[in-house]
Design a binder for this molecule. Structure first.
Ligand SMILES: N[C@@H](CCC(=O)N[C@@H](CS)C(=O)NCC(=O)O)C(=O)O
Length: 252
């Protein structure tokens, strides 16, 4: 997709979803062991779960299940169903299918609160998520021929980030497992792009947060940021990340 069209449609997709998956709770409890989500970036049901994960400030290991890929075949073999999303929580030994059950579980377990009504199963919510996938021309839907990665990658992102979405879509199409580190916004100073914050003061994330940790390491907070332990690569800039992923993993 041409870059300007790509970013415009990604921004529209987030707008259609009223920018759910932007802010991150400061109160949610963090699990000891990483959650695992079997999902597909273009799946309108899975989007709700990813929005909830950003809003709860939870990281998750993504097991991408594009159509025609091996993960979805394995899921069907193992559990008899290829319904997505499926969440595995090793902290409580739970395996949960279906977006509404997963969202209720996550809010209950990690915030002791009901989910916001914008994540409920309503006609408007469902339609906006379906349109968000349509506007992305179903990017992140189908598997492409790819080389496997030995170790999972790490992507710093948040659900509504227009620059991060194309990267997540490509990771899904390439069927590359990755740790999704959600860096949702937690205060007014976090708003705006990394190089044009909406506040005039020098940027300072809230202390003792994931953003603060990232800031101390990199001197700013910007997503997407990709870490690939297989090649020792660390990259900012969505365009460079997309080029890197294709060059390293696409099997032409
Ligand atoms: N040119 C960068 C732009 C990245 C960017 O501005 N990302 C936004 C999120 S969409 C960001 O990091 N904002 C700062 C923040 O969230 O603190 C790219 O293409 O990756």
């Amino acid at each position: 997709m041409i870059r300007v069209v790509n970013l415009t449609s990604s921004t529209l997709a987030s707008t259609l979803r009223s920018w759910r998956g932007t802010s991150a709770s400061r109160k949610a409890k963090q699990p000891k062991e990483t959650l695992v989500l079997f999902e597909r970036e273009a799946c309108s049901e899975c989007r709700f779960v990813r929005e909830a994960l950003t809003e709860l400030n939870l990281n998750v290991m993504i097991a991408p299940c594009p159509v025609g890929g091996k993960n979805i075949r394995k899921l069907k073999r193992d559990s008899g169903s290829d319904e997505l999303p499926v969440l595995v929580d090793p902290n409580t030994d739970q395996k949960i299918s279906g977006r509404q059950d997963i969202i209720s579980y996550l809010f209950n377990e990690y915030l002791s609160a009901p989910p916001p009504k914008q994540l409920n199963d309503t006609f408007i919510n469902n339609a906006s998520s379906i349109f968000a996938s349509i506007i992305r021309l179903n990017a992140g839907m189908n598997a492409v021929k790819a080389r496997a990665a030995e170790l999972p990658l790490t992507l710093y992102s948040f659900e509504s980030s227009p620059f991060s979405r194309p990267v997540r879509e490509r990771l899904c199409e390439l069927e590359l497992p990755y740790l999704l580190v959600n860096l949702g916004k937690q205060q007014r100073a976090d708003m705006g792009p990394a190089n044009f914050r909406l506040s005039l003061k020098p940027y300072q994330p809230l202390p003792n947060t994931k953003r603060d940790e990232f800031f101390k390491e990199h001197g700013n907070v910007q997503v997407p940021f990709l870490v690939d332990p297989n090649t020792g690569t660390e990259l900012f800039e969505s365009k460079d990340i997309l080029t890197y992923l294709d060059r390293t993993y696409l099997d032409k």
